[in-house]
Design a protein around this ligand. Structure first.
Ligand SMILES: [Zn+2]
Length: 320
């Protein structure tokens, strides 16, 4: 085994990743509106989970197939003394894989640094209370910052402006983001590569996820209590009127994440009774069953020597 053998493996793995990821990614992206419409039929929590899985599906499938099929078939069936060259197509696909990963890793790293600096700034200028870090910000800030141990950050302006019942409801909304680890999910979404460099392809899916994540946090905060629901609706309107600043970091889960969805959220909260019957609905069993069968089938196929041989032949075509 020499360096060129390893380099060819690396190049092949990257090229295979790009081809699988862009194909699955385009399919998922093309059907985005169908997925988001379907998500409206289940509970917001199930909908957010469903859209998150779909967003992470292309890179997960590509990584599993590359690690489970391409790499083993190459290691077992490619003679170590091989001196074959790599085609321009294969090299181009490998470069595109490096580009999409480079962009997504930079995006996630920038957001992590931004979040870290924001928390450090809040701890430096703010004061700690039992519930949150209070900062003297001109904007009405209320958000949950951080990934592993998220911290609640609130501005004095907002603390003074909200009546107690609205403040409690707003804090419950933020804690709901913490319980469902929404900042970690945001980080995973940022880390997931685009379909092509400078062609994201997943905007509809990600907006849908963000919307259902807010709805889910609202539902968790309200917990079926109509008075709390009214208080949260009033808090949303009050904070929106105070002209909140745009989010300080992509990894801060705030009360008003996206102003575009404000009226829909307030309507949902005001018609709590109307939303109640949907509470038990989950993603249909055939979607879960189909995914499990697909994964089990892929593993069973991967264990067959003939599969590895076919994959190896495919890779040979890619290399030449
Ligand atoms: Zn929120």
């Amino acid at each position: 085994m020499n360096v060129s053998y390893i380099l060819r493996l690396l190049c092949l793995s990257l090229a295979s990743f790009f081809l699988i990821h862009s194909t699955v990614g385009l399919l998922v992206s093309w059907l985005s509106s169908v997925w988001v419409r379907f998500a409206l039929r289940v509970t917001p929590r199930a909908a957010a989970r469903f859209l998150l899985i779909l967003r992470l599906f292309p890179p997960m499938v590509a990584l599993i197939l590359v690690a489970g099929l391409c790499v083993p078939s190459y290691l077992w069936l490619e003679p170590a003394a091989t001196t074959e060259d790599i085609s321009t197509w294969c090299l181009a696909a490998a470069v595109l894989a490096v580009a999409v990963w480079g962009i997504s890793i930079t995006r996630a790293a920038r957001a992590l640094v931004g979040s870290f600096c924001y928390i450090r700034h809040c701890k430096k200028v703010g004061r700690k209370t039992a519930t949150a870090w209070i900062v003297e910000d001109a904007a009405p800030v209320l958000g949950l910052a951080g990934i592993i141990h998220p911290e609640l950050v609130m501005s004095q302006k907002l603390l003074s402006a909200l009546p107690k019942d609205q403040l409690v409801a707003a804090l419950r909304h933020e804690r709901a983001h913490g319980v469902s680890r929404d900042n970690l999910k945001r980080l995973l979404i940022l880390l997931a590569p685009d379909v092509f460099p400078y062609f994201h392809g997943f905007t509809t899916l990600e907006r849908g996820w963000a919307k259902f994540t807010e709805w889910s946090a609202d539902d968790r905060a309200v917990a079926g209590n109509s008075r709390r629901s009214l208080s949260l609706a009033a808090a949303l309107v009050r904070v929106a009127r105070m002209n909140p600043a745009p989010e300080s970091s992509a990894l801060v889960a705030s009360l008003l994440a996206d102003g575009r969805d404000l009226s829909a959220r307030v309507d949902r909260l005001l018609s709590l009774e109307a939303n109640a019957p949907k509470r038990g609905r989950r993603v249909p069993i055939f979607v879960v069953g189909g995914t499990v069968m697909l994964v089990v089938g892929a593993i069973a196929a991967a264990l067959e020597p003939v599969t590895l041989q076919s994959v190896h032949q495919l890779l040979e075509h890619l290399v030449r």
